[in-house]
Structures are given as C-alpha cells and as structure tokens.
Design a binder for this molecule. Structure first.
Ligand code: ATP
Ligand code: MG
Length: 562
C-alpha cells in the first residue's frame, strides 16, 4: 500500500511539494504571510498547525487544509505542527491518531518534532482560567443550559446578564476549584468568560469556557473532570506553540473575536486566526459523521474503501499523493464556499498517472477470436512500457491462434460511425497487425460466442479507422474492481430531509474476472497501471502473485461529461 514519495521536512528549507506540479497561485493567505514577513510582525517566522480531532479518518477536505498549513510553512521556511485536538474526552481513538499520522506522511508532509496533543496543555489552560477569574474576567454560573439560552437572547437585542455574573473573584475561584475537585455533577456549573452581554455576536455573550464532564480522558486519565471548550482551548494551544497563522475553515470566522479576546486577556503570544472556504466535492459526502455511517451500515467495505473520499480510500484506489497536492493547489484558497467538480480531481489524477503508470493490456469482457490463418502470426508483439518514459523499455505480448478482444469492440450490426470490428470489416490490433472478420459463431441463445478472423501483419498497411486491444487466449486472469462514483447525484446531502444514502450509486462497484497481460503479474500493492484504452488501475492490497487484484482508479476519459 505504501507509495514511494519524497517526504519533505516542514522544518527544513524545502520547496513546496506543489512546485513540482500545478502552478502556484497568489491567494489571501499567501498575501497575509508575505505582508507579515515584510512588516517583521513575527520576526519573519511562520508557524502553522493542522489540528484534526482524532475521531475519524482524514478525507480530501482535510487534504486541502493540510496542503495549506504545511504548504505555507514549507514555502516560508517555517514549521507546521500536527496537533490532535483532543479537548473532548469522550471521543478519541489511537486507531484514528495513527491513521492521521500515516495519511499526513503519505501526502508528503512531516511535522518534525512537532506532534502535540491539545490535552498536553490542560494544566496551563486551568491556570489561565484561574487568572481570568482573579481578574474578574470569568465567573462560575449555575444557570441550566435552557435558562442560559434564553438569557443569551438574539443578535438584535442585548441579552440578560446571568445572576452569577457579579460574583466576587474569591468566590468564583473557590467554586471553580470545587468544580475541578468533582463536587458537582455534569452540567451543574460552568465557567463563563465575562465579555459583553450586549454584543451582536452571540459568541461574545459570556461564552462557556469550561464545563464539567465526569469522563476519563485517553491521555490524562482521571486527572480532570472539567474540560476546556474549543474556543478557549484553541487560541491557548496556538499561542503556547508559537503559531503565527492559525488557518481554519469559514465557520470559525464568527468565533474570531473570541479567539482574539482569549489571546489578549490571557496575555499570550499573538497568534492570529484566518479563515478559508472548506472543500466540498460533487458526488460525495465529506462530513465525518456521514462517512462513519457509511462504514457502520456496511454500505462500503471500510474507511479505506476505494470509493470513499478518505485519504486511505483514495490511496487504495490508486490516487497518487502528488495528484491530491496538485488538485488542492488548483482549487485554490478563497473566502467563499463553493462546490468543486470531482472531475477536477480526476483530471489531476490522470495527469500524474499518465507520466508514471506502466502500460499493459487487459480484456475485461472477452470474446474469442479464432485466427483463420494462424501461420501468419508472429510469435509476439512488442509495445512500450510507458510511451511517456522511453527509459522504461519495452514489453513483449505473445500471439496465439485464438485471441481475446473486448466484447464491446465487436458489433454484428454496427450502428453508423462504428469503426471497430464488424462482419467483413477490419480493425488494427495494438502493436500486432490487423484482424478482418470473416465469420461469426453464435451460442444457442443467439449471442455471439466467437469470431473467425484473418490476421494481417502491421506492414500490410490496411486502411482502418480504429485500434483495439487484445490478448492471447491463454493470458492469465485477475480480479478487476471497477469503481465508479459512490453517489449518483452531484450533491447527495443537499436535502436535509432526505437520507443521503438513498442516492448511493448501485453500480459504484463491479467486480470482473479479466484476462491480463502477463507483465501485470509482476506487481505489488500500490503499483499504478494504465490498462490501454480502459483507464488507470492500481494493484490492491488484497493482491497476491497468483491472484492479482486491481482497482480502477479512474477511466481515461470523463464518462460523466454531458
Ligand atoms: P467534521 O465536521 O466532518 O467532523 P471537522 O472539521 O470537525 O470535520 P477536524 O478533524 O476538526 O474535522 O478538522 C481538522 C482541520 O481540517 C480543521 O482545521 C478543519 O477546518 C479542516 N477541515 C475539515 N474539513 C475540511 C474541508 N472540507 N475543507 C477544508 N478543510 C477542512
Ligand atoms: Mg472539528
């Protein structure tokens, strides 16, 4: 499954991986960093972070964030930290943490020394909360969540202050320590920041910064029964790590005043948050909850099912990491949410694989062709391993008195403009010569069972309009998994009232036993192939030397284009 791909270190001066492929575009994050570097705001330092919550596998949307976070660090000779956002004790799993590390490395990035857990900072966060309390900037509140909601009100009118808002600091400090000591049940008390109950931004109306949760944490065990809220924790994590540019998706824009409030009032390193549009792709879903549902309901084979938009799924499908980086660079960074056509990703994949994939022939739906003049057959034909890479050399494909062609490359009653094989007509067979159809055999049910064809060598120079692929009848067999898009509508989760799984494409996986060129037996999982005329394929981890398995990564052309 592993991919040979150079891992650039974020802490060393290395070119952005995107430099190898797509052209770099100016965008507002690049502009902001350039301006900060010019003004000397952070002394020319750039530190970013990628902060996934370890509660699921990474998907192509995360890849956009990863390419931006690590990319900006690489371009500016800075560092990018990988930080597990584990402030929520209930949901974390080492399986996810390990998978996240593997996927980030596979994409081509390295966090160096900077692997962190948000929970590493719980002591410091508690200390800062106590400091805010002592300065009269936070208070312990006993309103129920429902009461609090009505107190907070609506943006158009000021909210009602909590009756606990003016509790003296010493009392608050004592209450907060008792919260920590476990004296209260979940939800009985919270710690709120004392900000502005009249702010038009509801996030600034005395937001909760600590809550009680009698749940052990995977890293801190039973040490805590109070946990910091994301909006309080995240700026502290960033500041403690010296993060200069904390890049996140647009929904956090309204939280930014609170981020800045925490930085200012806790007197921390001036990390700054900036927001960019998340990636949404057609014909798929991206929310972790929905991806988990697909896995749990066994609608796919697992997180790494090649139809999933997860990075492990894309890897298994045969998508090279370079193509994902090219794609992310092409999509660009904007401030407006939009829907990206998955065809753009497929285009990036073809671009990369065209240059690197070894060529071979496979026949997915064989129709036998008996050669009527077998004495004219040469022993073998030769073709390039990769026409884009002459150094890759040549391959030899033996001919035999019975050949196999693709059933759809023959038409007994050809429609207009059908240039492939039909009775009395000729076609070129790749690297070998020509077939002219002299006879058609039928099965009892009337379907075509075999053809009888005359063979002519290449130098016969027959005038034909099409070239088809072929194999000798004794070519080895392999399992080929033909993947298509997982959903049959562009936005499967657009309508909240319709179960998105009703839009699953019933034909998203077809498994066939195909005949393959013998060069295809010399393969290991992760190898990329172009099956001539059929598409790009990758050797699956299920593959063995005697029973190879190939996944279709992408067809050669966009079959969905209208
Ligand atoms: P979900 O809402 O599906 O659970 P999430 O955003 O909570 O996803 P996290 O693990 O918190 O997932 O995400 C880590 C980082 O990846 C965050 O900084 C987040 O902004 C970014 N990210 C997540 N999804 C996308 C996306 N579709 N496009 C770009 N960035 C994304
Ligand atoms: Mg999140």
């Amino acid at each position: 499954m592993s991919e040979s791909n150079s891992v650039a270190s974020a802490s060393a001066a290395a070119p952005s991986p995107a430099d190898e492929g797509a052209a770099l575009h100016m965008h507002f994050i690049r502009e902001l960093i350039a301006a900060d570097n010019a003004s000397g705001k952070y002394g020319g330092k750039v530190v970013t972070r990628f902060p996934p919550e370890p509660n699921g596998y990474l998907h192509i949307g995360h890849a956009k964030a990863i390419c931006l976070d690590f990319g900006m660090a690489l371009e500016n000779d800075g560092a990018c930290h990988l930080r597990m956002d584990d402030t929520n004790p209930a949901r974390e799993d080492v399986e996810y943490t390990n998978a996240i590390k593997e996927d980030v490395r596979w994409l081509g990035f390295d966090w160096g020394e900077h692997f962190h857990y948000a929970s590493d900072y719980f002591d410091k966060m508690y200390e800062l909360a106590c400091q805010l309390i002592r300065e009269g900037k936070a208070y312990v509140c006993a309103l129920s969540p429902e009461e609090w909601k009505t107190h907070r009100g609506v943006p158009t009118a000021p909210g009602i202050p909590s009756p606990y808002r003016d509790t003296p600091p010493e009392v608050n400090l004592d209450l907060f320590q008792r919260m920590r000591a476990g004296e209260f049940a979940d939800g009985e008390r919270v710690l709120r920041a004392k900000i502005d109950m009249a702010s038009p931004n509801l996030h600034m109306r005395d937001p909760v910064i600590y809550r009680i949760l009698h749940t052990p944490h995977p890293h801190t065990g039973d040490k805590w029964c109070i946990y910091p809220m994301y909006d309080f924790a995240h700026p502290i994590e960033d500041a403690l790590e010296g993060v200069t540019h904390s890049l996140c998706t647009l929904e956090f824009e309204v939280h930014r005043p609170l981020y800045d409030w925490v930085i200012e009032n806790c007197r921390l390193f001036p990390s700054q948050q900036r927001e960019f549009a998340r990636l949404s792709l057609t014909y798929t879903v991206m929310s972790k909850r929905k991806l988990l549902e697909l896995v749990q309901r066994k609608l796919v084979r697992g997180w790494d099912d090649p139809r999933m938009p997860t990075l492990c799924g894309l890897r298994r499908r045969g998508v090279p990491p370079e193509a994902i980086r090219d794609f992310c660079e092409t999509v660009g960074i904007t401030k407006y949410d939009s829907l990206t056509d998955v065809a753009l990703l497929e285009h990036a994949v073809r671009d990369r694989l065209n240059a690197t994939a070894r060529r071979a022939m496979a026949v997915l739906d064989p129709l036998p062709v008996h050669i009527t003049n077998p004495e004219a057959l040469p022993a073998a034909a030769t073709g390039p391993v990769n026409p884009e890479d002459p150094a890759a050399g040549e391959r030899s494909i033996p001919l035999a008195p019975t050949l196999l062609i693709e059933r759809e490359d023959f038409s007994e009653v050809p429609p207009p403009k059908y240039f492939r094989l039909s009775p009395g007509k000729a076609v070129r067979i790749r690297y070998a010569g020509f077939l002219t159809c002299e006879g058609v055999d039928h099965a009892p049910d009337g379907t075509v069972s075999a053809l009888r064809c005359r063979f002519d060598p290449m130098d016969a120079g027959l005038k034909v309009k099409a070239t088809i692929h072929w194999l000798p009848a004794d070519a080895p067999t392999a399992t080929v998994r033909l993947y298509d898009r997982l959903f049959n509508v562009p936005e499967p989760d657009a309508d909240k009232d319709v179960d998105f799984t009703t839009h699953l494409n019933p034909d998203s996986l077809k498994t066939v036993t195909a005949h393959v060129e013998s060069s295809l037996l010399d393969t290991k999982p992760g190898d990329h192939w172009q099956f001539e005329r059929l598409g790009y394929f990758a050797t699956d981890p299920d593959s063995t030397p005697t029973a190879p398995v190939f996944n279709r990564t992408v067809t050669l052309k966009d079959l969905w284009k209208k």
